[in-house]
Design a protein around this ligand. Structure first.
Ligand SMILES: Nc1ncnc2c1ncn2[C@@H]1O[C@H](COP(=O)(O)OP(=O)(O)OP(=O)(O)O)[C@@H](O)[C@H]1O
Length: 275
């Protein structure tokens, strides 16, 4: 992954430095050419800016380009039009300060838990430093799996495996965490538990998070803002501020504001016609 190129920090008229958005999509379009030669316009004219340490969820119908947005932010894909910038610098390749967690844990079955978490270091540098192992053990403690360090993935439940995958994404304490429906394969109880764990980790070590989900409840519980996308070609239909106080906990789920917002968003998502 490439090193970050520093650009001069813009300065406001008052003389104070203006921080660029952490992630900035400007008029971003993405068209894929399928194997049969047909063109799929996945995203069209997406404008979205994320501030430092903000938790933003993205919801929208299946196929509206949510994963594509994450892949663009991660530098795994270059936009067909427009620009995607990280800290004010256009993205041209995957970058070190980004952690990525996928829908499924994607652990390597022949490695134990610690070796899976530290695998990105081995892959990148050909070796794992003692401090990485220490950090991996701290993360295991955080996610409640201290006693499972030397177990293989097949000895863990699906929820445990997903925690390990999230720990792997957090190993570097990345400034930016991109999460693509990371809890979708989990049962409802584990899902809630994982949401609270993620909130705790985010409060302890703040970072900018983009979280793709189909769950309005999950989006509300976690986010500062919720981006609602239109059906394909995906565009930003609406950005909703979540006014719920933090820290959020079980009581948040029964807060009348939570319930009212969930209903309002449900109506917006389900009554929205393709644009
Ligand atoms: N590499 C690719 N080649 C061709 N088409 C693609 C490619 N990647 C994505 N697409 C298409 O782009 C559109 C958006 O896909 P994407 O995975 O971003 O949607 P999504 O909103 O994340 O969907 P879901 O909610 O179902 O996971 C879809 O129609 C998909 O078929």
């Amino acid at each position: 992954m490439s090193a970050v190129t520093a650009l001069p920090t813009p300065v406001a008229a008052s003389g104070t430095a203006i921080s660029p958005p952490v992630i900035d999509f400007q008029s971003v379009g993405q068209t894929f050419v399928s194997s049969d030669g047909s063109r799929v316009e996945a995203l069209q004219g997406v404008n979205l800016s994320l501030r430092r340490h903000e938790f933003v969820s993205v919801i929208g119908p299946s196929g509206c380009g949510k994963s594509t947005l994450l892949r663009l932010a991660a530098g795994l894909l270059m936009p067909s039009s427009g620009t995607v910038s990280i800290f004010g610098v256009p993205v041209t390749a995957p970058r070190d300060e980004i952690g990525f967690a996928f829908q499924r844990p994607t652990l390597l079955p022949w490695l134990d838990v610690i070796d899976n978490i530290t695998f990105p270091m081995r892959h990148k540098y050909g070796r794992v430093e003692q401090r990485d192992v220490k950090r991996a053990n701290e993360l295991l403690e955080t996610i409640g799996l201290r006693d499972f360090a030397r177990k293989r993935p097949n000895e863990l439940s699906g929820g445990m495996q997903q925690r390990v995958a999230i720990a792997r994404a957090l190993l570097h304490d990345p400034d930016i965490l991109l999460m693509d429906e990371p809890f979708s394969a989990l049962d409802a109880l584990t899902r809630d538990e994982m949401s609270f764990e993620l909130l705790r980790i985010w409060a302890e070590r703040p970072k900018t998070v983009v979280f793709v989900t189909h769950s309005i409840q999950e989006a509300l519980l976690l986010s500062d803002r919720i981006v609602v996308m239109s059906a394909r070609p995906g565009r930003v239909s609406e950005i909703i501020d979540v006014p719920l106080a933090r820290p959020r906990n079980l009581a948040t789920l029964s807060d009348p504001v939570f319930t009212q917002l969930a209903n309002e968003i449900r109506v917006k998502v389900f009554t929205r016609k393709p644009e």
